[in-house]
Design a binder for this molecule. Structure first.
Ligand SMILES: Cc1cc2nc3c(=O)[nH]c(=O)nc-3n(C[C@H](O)[C@H](O)[C@H](O)COP(=O)(O)OP(=O)(O)OC[C@H]3O[C@@H](n4cnc5c(N)ncnc54)[C@H](O)[C@@H]3O)c2cc1C
Ligand SMILES: NC(=O)c1ccc[n+]([C@@H]2O[C@H](COP(=O)([O-])OP(=O)(O)OC[C@H]3O[C@@H](n4cnc5c(N)ncnc54)[C@H](O)[C@@H]3O)[C@@H](O)[C@H]2O)c1
Length: 510
């Protein structure tokens, strides 16, 4: 069924009363109210919706539920709303990435533009202060949104004691019971610890410690070349640390398109980041002043050692369900502790739902938000919509790397015949004008239909450029559809248009 628009497809499915829960397509409900326990406000103290966790999944679900007219309470234990993302994740990391980038540009790039300084200095406490200010403004902003939308905010640790009751231990030592017809678990994730490595958030840090170091480490060793390792590694590299990244897999960011990944790794190496791939950390000694790591090839072999002042453990995150009471209630989880849900985010226990990092799927803030909106739409008897195949991913390094849809390796595995169109920023006039021409756009389209299957961009602002591609994928567009849209000149976006032309025909500017 070729359907270009969500509205058309929604109308079609509603008219047919169809379910469509294949992972490759939109998620829809066939029996729109069957799994929730109703939503008409009872007028009693009981909530229609209780959300445990105030991160991007939980707070967005709570606001949307209230906007849909549901009496809603959100329970959060950390004393501030916004979850991992706002407090110790997306926002503080992007603040430090921006500040460190400005320092690096001032030191290494401004002179090329004729802007000269006699000296450039880092004021680390001021840099951290700017980051903390951004975080506190934003967390307070969510409290304001809760008030505006009449979401009740309960501070404390929530534990499910029945499918409709949450016991909350509040910060002042009290306990209160919050009742709800529908309960949404949005408790997120926590850093995955590695055997034999104890995080003390001083010398051996998680991302949380890496966001708040009081000094610039001379030598930083990062374990794991994923999103966190490369972003936080970039921050401290730009501020002057020697950064070595130890990665178990043969490649950095294993989920990335192979061709883009190679160029990305070369770019990071040019900036001074060192990679030790196919390598594992088998021991950590903190008995001296610094940290001494023992390394071994992933396939086994001779051990070597590596010295560090600080070690960042960034080898993935695990779902956070500690103390939630899931076992007693019989809520099903998978082998790695993620809560299992159906296409309406319902667990096996009627009336109990789960969203965000605590369920399977990409561990990303925008995915958690989409889950949250769709989940409460289902609870309210409406149609929710999330497509995990079309969730964009962005590594906010310099250059940024952004992607949506399938990698070339995935398309090959599927056995689909495809075409690839590429366009380098070296041939883009805006990129040349601003002396920032590293990177490329790569589009993969089905050969027979020209339908776009995946788009991968490496560029300074790839995280912004990717959304044109996300819309194209969402509406089943062909590469020719992008190529025939008039793009303003001179913009970096023209590289996407040219890559699209290169996919089905020929580009003009190369
Ligand atoms: C350093 C770092 C950088 C990141 N950068 C990005 C990025 O740039 N873009 C992106 O998309 N994603 C990023 N992420 C991932 C992103 O933070 C998560 O995907 C997102 O926060 C998940 O949202 P969530 O609501 O599911 O969970 P969380 O944000 O983890 O929120 C869960 C909340 O639930 C609370 N909670 C847990 N248990 C209970 C309980 N029993 N009672 C009450 N409250 C409870 C927790 O305190 C927490 O506040 C980053 C993560 C890290 C660590
Ligand atoms: N820009 C963003 O959107 C952003 C930024 C930060 C974090 N995040 C999210 O947070 C999650 C966690 O980030 P992360 O970087 O910790 O995880 P990740 O899954 O992105 O990367 C972890 C890396 O560690 C490697 N690894 C695993 N065990 C190892 C070991 N024992 N030794 C060496 N390497 C090992 C893996 O092969 C992988 O490359 C990610 O899934 C991501 O979705 C997103």
């Amino acid at each position: 069924m070729a359907m270009a628009s969500f509205a058309r497809r929604k109308a079609y499915l509603l008219s047919r009363n169809l379910s469509n829960s294949s992972p490759d397509v939109f998620r829809y409900s066939h029996s729109l109210t069957a799994f929730s326990r109703g939503f008409a406000s009872s007028g009693s103290d009981e909530n229609d919706v209780v959300v445990i966790g105030g991160g991007p999944g939980g707070y967005v679900a709570a606001i949307k539920a209230a906007q849909l007219g549901l009496k809603t309470t959100c329970i959060e234990k950390r004393g501030a709303l916004g979850g991992t993302c706002l407090n110790v994740g997306c926002i503080p990391s992007k603040a430090l990435l921006h500040s460190s980038h400005m320092y690096h540009e001032a030191k290494h790039a401004f002179a090329n533009h004729g802007v000269k300084f006699s000296s450039v200095e880092i004021d680390l406490p001021a840099m951290m202060g700017q980051k903390d200010k951004a975080v506190s403004n934003l967390t307070r902003g969510i409290e304001g949104l809760f008030k505006k939308n009449k979401v009740t905010y309960v501070k404390g640790y929530g534990k499910l004691i029945s499918p409709s009751e949450v016991s909350v231990d509040t910060p002042n030592g009290d306990n209160t019971i919050v009742k709800g017809k529908n309960i949404i678990i949005a408790t997120g994730s926590d850093v995955k610890s590695l055997p034999g490595i104890t995080i003390d958030e001083k010398r051996i840090v998680s991302s949380t410690g890496a966001l708040a170091l009081s000094e610039i480490p001379k030598k930083l060793v990062v374990i794991g070349a994923g999103y966190i390792g490369l972003e936080m590694g970039s921050v401290w590299l730009r501020l002057g640390s020697e950064v070595s990244v130890v990665e178990f897999a043969p490649d950095i960011v294993p989920s990335m398109d192979g061709e883009i990944r190679k160029q990305f790794q070369r770019s990071l190496e040019k900036q001074g980041m060192k990679f030790m791939l196919k390598t594992k950390v088998v021991g950590v000694d903190t008995s001296g002043d610094g940290v001494r790591l023992t390394l071994e090839p992933a396939a086994g072999g001779d051990k070597t050692t590596l010295e560090a002042d600080v070690v960042l453990v960034s080898a993935g995150r695990s779902p956070f369900t500690a103390g939630l009471g899931l076992e007693k209630l019989g809520v099903e989880t998978d082998k790695i502790g993620r809560i299992l849900v159906n296409e309406r985010f319902g667990t096996n226990v009627p009336g109990v739902f789960a969203i965000g990092d605590v369920i399977p799927g990409p561990m990303l803030a925008h995915k958690a938000e989409e889950d949250g909106v769709a989940c409460v739409e289902f609870i309210a008897g409406k149609i929710g919509h999330v497509d995990y195949d079309k969730v964009p991913g962005v590594v906010y390094t310099s250059p940024e790397v952004a992607s949506v849809g399938k990698t070339e390796e995935q398309v090959k595995t599927l056995g689909v015949e495809y075409r690839v169109g590429k366009f380098p920023f070296m041939a883009n006039s805006r990129a040349k004008a601003i002396d920032s021409a590293e990177g490329l756009v790569k589009i993969i389209a089905e050969k027979e239909t020209d339908k776009i299957l995946g788009v991968h961009i490496m560029a300074p602002n790839a995280g912004e450029l990717i959304h044109e591609a996300a819309i194209a994928l969402q509406y089943d567009a062909a590469s020719e559809d992008i190529a025939r849209v008039c793009h303003a000149h001179p913009t970096m976006s023209e590289a996407l248009k040219e890559a699209a032309m290169a996919t089905y025909d020929k580009p003009i500017h190369i």
